[in-house]
Write a protein that binds this ligand. Sequence first.
Ligand code: PLP
Length: 233
Amino acid sequence: MSISAHLDQVRQAIAAAARAAARPPESVLLIAVSKTFGPDAVITAADAGQRAFGENYLQEALDKKLAISEARPDLALEWHFIGPIQSNKTRPIAENFDWVHAVDREKIAQRLSDQRPADLPPLQICLQVNVSGEDSKSGVSPDDLLPLARAVSVMPHLQLRGLMAIPEPTEDAERQRAPFIQLRQLAQQLREAGIDTDTLSMGMSADMVAAIAEGATMVRIGTAIFGQRDYAK
Ligand SMILES: *Cc1c(COP(=O)(O)O)cnc(C)c1O
């Protein structure tokens, strides 16, 4: 099946999951995760109406963005950096992306704010939270989330939009929901502490339906659109 047929399928699955949760389908933004796929795949998806793209690897993303803007200067795409952030790589991220999803330290946020060019809109930020059961070392712990959110919310060239999580994969639909519920509740706690956000970036190809049921406003979908990734290339 083609990229555009896959995109249609994913859009329909998002709409169905949203309706099942009594939410409007437009309340869930689809981010097409194009890592490991070339500029042509992005252009094909863009021509099929996809606007937001997610990338994990900085150099790959910069090369791809450049190739796309040369081939198709007419395309106005929105770029989301969803990978881990090394502190010595913040400047090109601040200069080349619209959103950053995996901010988990104040130092990284401060550098992104300092390095965001003044002629661009504020960089849109999600804080990555290490939700329960996650082995990975990335993500702020739930206990440290509020102070980090407070610090980021006043940085001049950033706009704090919400929370992001990458739970441990599980096939079990019920177990998929628990970390998403936790992320939604953490956003509620921030709201009660006076920090309003509007974004829950959660859900990938295999757990998107559970994430939408629990309130995801952005799903990050790679495999279901572009196919299996080949990291050997
Ligand atoms: C790769 C990746 C995705 C997409 O995963 P799929 O399972 O291919 O949909 C989403 N979010 C992050 C942070 C990723 O690294």
